[in-house]
Ligand binder design. Structure first.
Ligand code: SF4
Length: 485
């Protein structure tokens, strides 16, 4: 298994406007994304419509997550105590580099030096830190076992959706990847054929490899348990067959009590895949003789989450339970797909999470990758007000650029003009004179401007601007009044 052809890293990826332009030119990608998001959205709407108390559930989910974030230190320490008591070993990682170092060291301690390899459960946290690359660099072979992640890995690709990482690929493209990488030239293209090929490919790994790496959907402080939800059962194989299990989880994944799962396990599957319940819900607590892995490690990773927590307005981002519903609902994501976001977190959640995890040093265009239509807020199962956070981040981006950046100067100038009637009228007169050489008349005599210079050109890149009226409402009103009407 080799590394990726592309790497979604906010530090090195092109900005969203540049990457989105390329994605918009890929009609196959747009067709695949549109089809897949429509199917999931329709399924979600059906199962959510069955729940008369859906809005109450959302509110409860929000309250649980808000309470957890307000007492995160307490619940993380409680989780550590209870997980340790049950036989697990908890490690703390300040950032992605430390998490990768700990994970690589643990894998090396447990795998056989003759065949250093691990099987892996789908995990966005490990994608966030590019764990596979670190393990490969240390000479460890990594086998993704989630079907979509396997497609991504074999296709030397990167995930484009939190829940359905290979959503941008259609069946024909998946077949070509399997034919090439599994050496199956006669492979059919029915879903059954593809699933059979993946099953045969993975089964041998499940039976041979004795170390697994997982993420976590939830950590339960009260019991020290870890929860994974999935649809295929491949995760369950990784959790039960190997001798050693290493779980890497963001510190935001903790829930206070076991009973909180009752709410989360109703909200998550309905929002994520349009299912009433995930086919496989695995909950494990430490180690137990004769049952499952004998060595169990949990790496609790911060990676800038405490900085997000410190921001009163941005903090709600950490309430996310990674269902992907906001991605499916977003009119921007549905056109560009996930790779344009330059991060493994795409769509509305990516637009608010990635810049904050980067402390706004990178991905500064992402908060603008939204029309602020609010569709993401409507579907979010824990009621994260994504548009509110986007505006908050836009504000921070502008402030971070300092008072002398062109946008700040333009806004200040506009403010000064709008505060004075005299200046406003003068600006209107000036605008009418300045636009004259740019105006083109259409067949009906209407004037349109198709190109504007400098900063203003952002508007005319995607739409024409109507010529300013020769007479303003105020002029008309004054003329009318002076005629005694
Ligand atoms: S922000 Fe809300 S809708 Fe989007 S992935 Fe997170 S929980 Fe789901």
């Amino acid at each position: 298994m080799s590394s990726f052809n592309i790497l979604l890293d906010p530090k090195t990826s092109p900005t969203f406007p540049i990457a989105a332009r390329a994605a918009l030119g890929d009609t196959q990608l747009r067709k695949n994304v549109r089809h897949a998001t429509e199917v999931i959205q329709n399924k979600r709407a059906r199962v959510v419509g069955e729940m008369p108390d859906w809005q109450q559930l959302r509110e409860t989910g929000k309250q649980i997550r808000q309470h957890t974030m307000a007492h995160l230190d307490f619940y993380l320490e409680e989780f550590e105590r209870n997980c340790t008591r049950a036989g697990g070993k908890v490690h703390w990682a300040r950032d992605g580099e430390e998490a990768k170092r700990i994970a690589t060291q643990l894998v090396k301690e447990h795998v056989s030096p003759d065949s250093p390899e691990v099987i892996k459960i789908k995990s966005m946290t490990t994608e966030e830190i590019h764990l596979n690359l670190a393990l490969e660099a240390a000479g460890i072979r990594v086998y993704e076992t989630d079907l979509a992640e396997l497609i991504i890995q074999l296709g030397h690709d990167q995930p484009s959706h939190i829940v359905v990482p290979a959503l941008h690929k259609n069946r024909q493209q998946i077949r070509e990847i399997f034919q090439r990488e599994m050496n199956l030239p006669a492979l059919g293209e029915k879903p059954q054929d593809l699933a059979d090929a993946a099953r045969r490919f993975l089964r041998e790994k499940f039976l041979r490899v004795d170390t697994a790496v997982s993420g976590a959907n939830f950590l339960i402080a009260e019991t020290g348990s870890v929860t994974i939800v999935e649809s295929e059962g491949n995760g369950r194989m990784c959790l039960t067959l190997p001798d050693t299990l290493i779980t890497i989880a963001g510190i935001d994944k903790v829930l206070p009590r076991f009973v909180d799962l009752e709410v989360m396990l109703q909200l998550l599957p309905r929002s994520a895949t349009g299912e009433r319940m995930n086919p496989y819900n695995s909950i494990w607590t430490g180690v137990r003789p004769g049952d499952g892995p004998r060595n169990f490690h949990v790496i609790l990773m911060d990676n800038a989450r405490t900085e997000v927590l410190a921001d009163a307005e941005g903090r709600q981002t950490l309430n996310c339970i990674r269902c992907g519903a906001c991605q499916n609902a977003c009119p921007v994501y549905r056109q560009t797909g996930g790779h344009a976001y330059g991060s493994v977190y795409a769509g509305p959640i990516g637009a608010i999470l990635t810049p904050q995890l980067q402390q706004l040093h990178h991905a500064q265009t992402l908060p603008y990758a939204s029309s602020l239509c609010g569709a993401c807020y409507e579907v979010c199962p824990v009621k994260i007000n994504i548009p509110e956070v986007l505006i908050h981040l836009r504000n921070k981006v502008v402030k971070q650029k300092g008072p002398l950046n062109p946008e700040a100067i333009a806004m200040k100038t506009m403010g000064a003009i709008f505060r004075s009637e005299r200046r406003f009228r003068a600006a209107q007169r000036l605008g009418r004179i300045a636009e004259t050489p740019l105006v083109r008349k259409d067949g009906s005599g209407e004037g349109w401007i198709g190109w504007l210079p400098g900063l203003l050109g952002g508007w005319t890149q995607v739409r024409d601007l109507r010529e300013m009226p020769k007479e303003t409402f105020r002029d008309w009103w004054e003329k009318r009044s002076s005629h005694g009407r």
